[in-house]
Design a protein around this ligand. Sequence first.
Ligand code: NAD
Length: 452
Amino acid sequence: MYKNKISIVGTGYVGLVSGVCLADFGNSIINVDIDEEKVAKLNQGEVPIYEQGLKELLERNLKDERISFTTDSQEAMEESEVIFIAVGTPPNDDGTADISSVLKVARQVGKYMDGYRVVVNKSTVPIGTGRKVAEVIEEELEKRGENYNFDVVSNPEFLREGRAVNDFTDPDRVVIGTESEEAQEIMTEIYRPLFLDDVPFVFTNLETAETIKYASNAFLASKISFINEMSRLCEQVNADVNEVAQAMGLDSRISHRFLRAGPGYGGSCFPKDTRAIVSMAEEAGIDLELIKTGIQVNREQKEYMADKIINELGSGEEGSQLAGMTIGVLGLSFKPETDDMRESPALTILPRLIKEGAAIQAFDPEAMKNAAECLDEYERDIVYCANEYDVMKNVDAVVLLTEWNQFRRLDFERLKRVVNQPVFFDLRNVYNEKEVAPRGIRYIGVGRAARP
Ligand code: NAD
């Protein structure tokens, strides 16, 4: 049984969700962040991100005093035998992951530890980082002339934003990479409710655990690029990509998940992790051709969607093809149920439409604040609306970009009444031609057959 408390460093999507859920498993958690404002808000029960069920869970565990938030890493590390690292690892310009924050935390562990420690890496880090973390801790201990024992564990996180609480509390598997039996036992203890619930636990070494995370994300990202490439073929040969994907997915070896054509993947993980595994492999002398192509296909897919809209609506010269037009955009976040705009297709598509002269009216249930920040250079060209129907007023086309639930049952009669031109681009294939076209609305999906 581990002693005292557990520190979790970082209160982003991963750190906060891990902290709150591990507290709910009965552990005593100190969540550390350098961001003072965030820490103060969290101690008041205010959640800085949008994540289903998180606020209720936070309030309950704050009330029961199983979780607290602090900027004082020294105190947290002195009081905890187990320290999770869940800080960001953003991409460097060359595609490699920036692990400076992870190593900074490791240095603090070496500086402040006063007995045995288990250092658990939850951030997505290049293969070999676990060993680097151990080296940095050793260095700090040497400086202090101390010789405390410690173990480093890789415990990659697979949660999806928007379903993070659910994914953390009901995961497909938990991966624990360590060569230490003591650390393995402690990890099992921390995850006890899951272990008792028969969630599969994969115990392996550090490097294998680190590789599992990148391999999984690269596979899922490539699967999305695969079906997006199929959608381009479908458009040319009168096939329907939704039906292709559905039939493919019925094969249990393939599965239907992550097999939906759309405007390309985004978010904080797939783009960054695919690039990182490619550069890691290059360093190791391996060319990951399949993954590289998947990245390229994804980049093209976002442009392809912008081309689709411009070609369909545009006339005139390049640069002013959409001059005088207004386009209504439903959804801005990279996927529903999140306010995350990182690498969202909207960030490629909207600027392309604006550069062709269009004005934009947009609505997203959660991501408008973040979108306004990411798209601030286009401030004059985008009007953020109060709801989906305000978006449609007097526009020359409506584009469904993110499939939030509230966009899944649109009132097309109302759409038709308020738009300037009844054209509907369904970039998530939520609807189909048969249900939209009879209402006198031109329907354009992704990879859909032109003839029924
Ligand atoms: P994030 O950017 O949302 O949050 C990181 C937090 O760490 C911030 O609050 C920041 O202030 C804090 N921080 C940075 N340096 C710090 C330091 N030295 N000490 C204390 N706090 C510090 O990041 P995230 O989305 O939670 O991702 C964290 C890691 O988990 C990344 O490696 C990411 O790749 C990985 N991951 C993310 C997801 C996801 O869906 N977001 C899923 C699985 C894995």
